[in-house]
Design a protein around this ligand. Structure first.
Ligand code: BEZ
Length: 343
């Protein structure tokens, strides 16, 4: 069994076609077929059901596919890390989720460049989940996101917890109420925008916490009542904003889900509902949106720094110092952290 055979097998399994897999791998179709036959002979198992179209994997083939694709990804990660170890890039490639760009990221980069004038920084807008793959493939050296990830290759540092604020249209009756409670917001349409959901282990199970919101009867019929449905079905609440409400036993009656934070704030500006955003977003669309504090101190969004466990880019310790300097200048509370290992 060799890597060429395994890559050919993965290509056929992904594309369900010998000709498409041959194009992808740059092999002729007869060579590809020969490699696959040889792989099956080597392990003594038929992996591909060749008699149906599109092609299917046999049960054993599906098992082999799951296990081998994980191993091949690991081989790619190790190869890329080894190459970076022998010739680390001078540029620092930083992945970030949009919500941190509105906050302190520009100031942190300016601080980093001030103390390291020769540093080259590249910024990439990339979701929290995709950052994990980008770290492994070497596309980024460090990622900033708002979700914890459990991955044996990745180490994460919790930088701080940022408070959420409520974003309301300026015409809303609560727009100028300075300290707001989640319970007073539950009758509004809540705009949801997170693409990444919380891991099941970190979620609230409705039966344990939920106190159903009693005054629903006078409301308009909801367009979507995800939260209510989730509560009724006893499913764990993995959507981050609904999770915050659920911690207080509240199920927002009406919800609308959009693709990102910008769209959510656009809908708030248009008077379509309210949402919760990290406090650093408070400067967006201030002509139409009023941002108000929440009384609940634990309604926060964490900010994590993610990097590889076994290969920490040489500039990352300078980046962490720049972050802590900005926090100190702004009086932000943080607990200094260290990396597990340094290459
Ligand atoms: C922060 O707001 O704490 C932050 C933003 C971007 C990168 C690191 C930290």
């Amino acid at each position: 069994m060799d890597l060429k055979q395994l890559n050919a097998f993965i290509a056929v399994a992904d594309l369900r076609s010998f000709s498409a897999a041959a194009t992808k791998t740059g092999l002729s179709q007869p060579s590809l077929s020969r490699l696959l036959k040889q792989l099956e002979t080597d392990i003594g198992v038929v992996l591909i059901d060749r008699y149906h179209r599109p092609l299917h994997l046999t049960e054993a083939g599906s098992f082999f596919y799951d296990k081998i694709s994980t191993i091949l990804t690991e081989i790619e990660t190790v190869t890329s890390m080894t190459q970076r170890l022998s010739a680390p890039s001078t540029a620092l490639n930083i992945g970030f989720v949009p919500s941190v760009l509105y906050g302190l990221l520009p100031e942190i980069i300016a601080k980093l460049k001030q103390s390291n004038p020769d540093i080259e920084v590249n910024l990439k807008d990339i979701s929290s989940y995709q950052q994990m793959e980008a770290l492994k493939s070497g596309d980024i050296d460090v990622g900033f996101g708002r979700f914890a990830h459990q991955d044996p290759w990745i180490q994460q540092i919790l930088l701080r917890h940022e408070r959420y604020v409520v974003a309301l249209p300026k015409s809303h009756p609560l727009a100028y109420v300075e300290e707001q409670r989640l319970i007073d917001l539950a009758n509004n349409r809540l705009i949801l925008y997170h693409q990444t959901h919380l891991p099941i282990a970190a979620t609230v199970t409705p039966s344990a916490h939920a106190r159903s919101y009693s005054d629903n009867t006078q409301l308009d019929k909801p367009i979507r009542a995800d939260a209510g449905e989730q509560l009724a079905s006893n499913k764990p609440i993995t959507e981050p904003l609904l999770h915050l409400f659920a911690q207080y036993g509240i199920s927002p009656y009406m919800t609308t889900t959009v693709s990102d934070l910008q769209v959510a704030l656009g809908l708030v500006a248009a008077g379509e509902g309210i949402t919760l955003v990290p406090a650093s977003l408070k400067t967006v669309r201030t002509e139409q949106i009023s941002y108000q504090r929440l009384v609940h101190e634990n309604v926060t969004s964490p900010i994590y720094l993610h990097t590889l466990k076994d290969f920490v880019h040489p500039s990352i310790s300078n980046l962490l110092s720049a972050i802590y300097q900005v926090y100190e200048q702004r009086g932000i509370t943080y607990r200094p952290q260290k990396f597990v290992s340094q290459a």
